[in-house]
Design a protein. Structure first.
Length: 352
């Protein structure tokens, strides 16, 4: 019988901030902050893949590292499996590590060149279990089988493997302690195009088999469309839009999401000729000195006066679709123009 009950969120992020201090002058005084992540909130349901996309420097990777406490968050809460990771002391954080793991972007840089494959995959078992050597080896072989690595390679070193094989080692290491939640930080960015699909298919198969929950960080919008259930679009440290995958790709609501998706290559030449590319003018503002109002107001083709003064909050404007944009605001402060435009677009079913 089909179970229609909604899945509970495994990950709940509320008002997460990650600021990096700026020191200047002879006495190295604190003169400001780089606001890499500036107050974002979202949930990831159990067994779901949330795609996190945006241009380089928008704070995607910082979000992933802050969730796992590889960076100490400046503010906010990160609840994973009912535990607020952001508030744990070092001892309890160590105990919580097995349930959350990370697959890094560069498989060569994330693997110790002096350790064999078996040592790399088995290192989490050494740190978090008291298993004997035989039980550890059995688990290492089990993980190698799961990610498609030949057991004969167990005593080889990272430099003896291809990029795709090295990423499989990283995935096996992440699975060693049977985590519930895995952050995939651009896991295919450093791989050949021919290998990318294999790694993504492997991640999907492992998710189905083990019931994993992913935060999939990427700038490859085509691949995110393939793997994600919902997609969050980031711009300058904040989430601009959070929508179900199909709805976002069919009809983006936020002007930045629309511009970003217009850059996705269209393989069909006849459709590519009719596709209108949106070219944004200007440069991305510095995260050390973001605009007073909406972070996107300096480049938005539909900017209004309120956009330069008031920072829009991420709010639900359609079922399951959250947007941080004054075009969809119903508050009196947003002005009649923005409210009217938003209403007309929602009725017509077209994007801004």
């Amino acid at each position: 019988m089909f179970d229609s009950a909604p899945r509970p969120p495994l990950v709940q992020v509320r008002d997460l901030k990650m600021y990096f201090p700026i020191y200047s002058g002879l006495f190295r005084r604190h003169s400001g902050d780089v606001k890499a992540v500036d107050g974002i909130s979202f949930d990831i349901l159990q067994g779901e893949t949330l795609g996190l996309v945006g241009e380089s420097g928008c704070g995607k990777s910082t979000v992933g590292r802050a969730l796992l406490r590889l960076y100490e968050p400046t503010a906010g809460s990160v609840v994973i499996g009912g535990t607020d990771i952001a508030s744990l002391d070092s001892e309890n954080l160590r105990k919580a590590r097995p349930q959350m793991q990370m697959v890094f972007q560069d498989p060569q840089a994330s693997l110790n060149p002096r350790m064999s494959l078996a040592d790399i995959i088995g290192e989490p078992l050494d740190e978090h279990t008291d298993w004997d050597a035989q039980k550890k080896l059995a688990r290492i072989y089990e993980l190698m089988d799961a990610v498609g690595l030949n057991r004969k390679f167990a005593n080889r070193y990272p430099h003896e493997f291809s990029g795709g094989q090295r990423q499989r080692i990283g995935i096996a290491r992440a699975l060693a302690l049977k985590p519930k939640f895995i952050v995939c930080d651009e896991p295919i960015a450093a791989l050949d195009v021919s290998i990318q699909a294999q790694v993504v298919n492997l991640l999907e198969d492992l998710q189905d088999e083990l019931g994993l929950t992913y935060l999939f960080i990427s700038h490859d919008l085509s691949m995110v469309r393939h793997i994600a259930d919902r997609v969050a679009v980031m711009y300058l440290g904040r989430i601009a839009e959070l929508s179900p995958r199909d709805a976002l790709y069919a009809r983006p609501l936020h002007p930045y999401a629309e511009a970003l998706l217009s850059a996705v290559p269209e393989p069909d030449p006849s459709l590519a000729r009719r596709k209108e590319r949106i070219i944004l003018k200007g440069d991305v503002p510095s995260p050390a000195n973001p605009p007073k109002g909406c972070n996107f107001c300096t480049r938005c083709p539909r900017v209004m006066e309120i956009c330069r003064q008031v920072k829009p909050e991420l709010a639900e404007v359609e079922p399951g679709r959250l947007v941080a944009c004054h075009l969809y605001s119903t508050s009196p402060d947003a002005g009649s123009t923005g409210a009217t435009e938003a209403k007309e677009r929602n009725q017509q079913g077209v994007s801004p």
